[in-house]
Design a protein around this ligand. Structure first.
Ligand code: SF4
Length: 459
């Protein structure tokens, strides 16, 4: 039997993996500064010096090795498992930093997880495959115009599995006025390239961005899911705030800008939540900007809780992933679950979204399989972009015997077998998986072998 442990802040690990955030040293974005961005000098551009993650990083002089070591220690003290880590790199546009800095930063993170210094990144990754603290996923925050083929290859080399890009709104005129420095075309093209490379893809959207309005925000949000050129796997909804230090905080009166009130933001986000399809997960609502740094009306940082409570109380069924995850639903045991497959077109490819759900559509596990035509070879290609079995994270190797512990109940294997079956039906002779370095061994046991940055199985 599994020993049940008391865990402080269990939400942090409820989706099965322990997130560990590492912050980059401050650097300005190449295009300049978006008008709503705090753009500080001594902290990463889009953050303030009062955000907890940034304060921690500042105290450690943004040293990635020390940041990882420090977080591991704290997470362990709080009772969180630290054997399956998702490394989240935040702070700026990582791909625009000096290349040597990028490689060293990632290697230092692996070194800290491994507890020893490797001679290079490859060795560090290799060691991490069997390390006590395995990197099972890695996320980089990025811009749509920093996702060229070579940048994508570099991200794959780092062991990245998830990318978040700032999209904010789909409107070139607004992009220009707020100095985003990229276009909707960049969003469309990077979305396709990132999905074809196998990444799980998240969008950041910003209702209430200057020059928009509630109708336009909702229209844009619908388009994100109606138009198959977009369709992200995850989303963060950050209503625009007037943050101290930003250009917006100096010119908002001049341009006649009013940010949404708390009530307006609540209404819009509620509407947006109803639009999100089953294949998308809402990662966060509201940025974690300390109140003293905000000069406008939305001060409630936990807006999400209120909105979700309303949905649950009123019985409105929301399709997005997080609200359906078993970890966020009180359920006794694992029973009557079935495999459900959703097929949809996205970015010139076909997505198969496989889910294990129960009769209430509560989610126990999912897999994203993408089939698309490889531009170089003209051949159809199949890639698994995500395999995730939900439940409280617990240590690698222990059997899932307690209620709600679905991590090792074999659901992952069944999802994988189904994906292989679909791939074969499409006449494709091999299946690739994007895999965090720390999960490679799991796939090896199931007949996959390392092939460049992917795991691969030939049929
Ligand atoms: S892209 Fe992000 S970090 Fe860069 S200026 Fe814009 S908001 Fe700030």
């Amino acid at each position: 039997m599994i020993e049940t442990k008391k865990v402080k802040k269990p939400v942090r690990t409820i989706s099965g993996v322990t997130p560990l955030t590492v912050v980059l040293k401050p650097k300005k974005c190449n295009h300049g500064t978006c008008i709503y961005c705090p753009g500080g000098d001594n902290v990463p551009q889009s953050y303030t010096d009062k955000s907890p993650a940034i304060m921690r990083a500042l105290a450690l002089e943004f040293d990635p090795y020390r940041q990882v070591m420090n977080r591991l220690e704290v997470l362990e003290k709080m009772g969180h498992p630290t054997d399956k880590i998702e490394l989240i790199i935040i702070g700026g546009t990582f791909l625009q930093y000096d290349i040597n800095y990028q490689y060293k930063f990632v290697k230092d993170c692996y070194d800290a997880l491994n507890g020893k210094k490797a001679k290079d990144l490859n060795q560090a990754k290799k060691w991490n495959e069997i390390s006590k603290h395995r990197c099972v996923a890695m996320c980089i925050e990025n811009r749509p115009d920093s996702c060229s083929e070579s940048e994508i290859n570099r991200m794959l080399e780092f062991g990245t599995t998830r990318i978040e890009i700032g999209v904010q709104i789909l409107d070139d005129e607004i992009y220009q006025k707020v100095n985003r420095g990229h276009t909707v075309k960049d969003v469309i093209e990077s979305t396709e390239r990132l999905k074809n490379a196998g990444f799980k893809l998240g969008y950041h959207v910003m209702p209430g961005i200057p020059y928009s309005n509630p109708e336009k925000d909702i229209e844009m949000f619908k388009k994100i899911f109606d138009d198959n050129k977009f369709r992200p796997d995850q989303i963060k909804i950050y209503p625009c705030q007037i943050v101290e230090g930003s250009l917006l905080s100096r010119i908002y009166k001049e341009i006649n800008f009013k940010s949404y009130t708390q009530e307006q933001a609540r209404k819009i986000v509620t509407e947006m939540m109803k639009i999100i399809p089953e294949y998308c997960r809402v990662m966060r609502i509201m940025r974690e900007i300390p109140k003293e740094k905000i000069t406008n009306a939305i001060e409630k940082l936990d807006l999400r809780k209120d909105i979700e409570r309303e949905f649950r109380d009123s019985g409105v069924k929301i399709k997005e992933i997080r609200m359906r995850e078993i970890g966020f639903n009180k359920k006794e045991g694992v029973s009557d679950i079935k495999l459900k497959i959703l097929e949809y077109e996205a970015s010139n490819g076909k997505e198969f979204f496989l889910q294990f759900v129960d009769l209430d559509n509560v989610l126990y596990g999912l897999l994203r399989l993408r089939i698309f035509k490889d531009k170089e070879t003209g051949q159809d290609k199949a890639i698994i972009r995500e395999l995730h079995v939900y439940g409280q994270a617990f240590e690698i190797g222990k059997k899932g015997e307690e209620k709600n512990f679905t991590q090792h109940s074999g659901l992952g294997k069944i999802l994988l077998e189904k994906a292989e079956e679909i791939t074969k039906e499409q006449g494709i002779k091999n299946l690739l998986i994007i895999s965090g370095v720390g999960v490679r061994q799991y796939y090896e046991r199931l007949g996959y072998e390392l092939d460049g940055p992917y795991m691969n199985k030939h049929f």
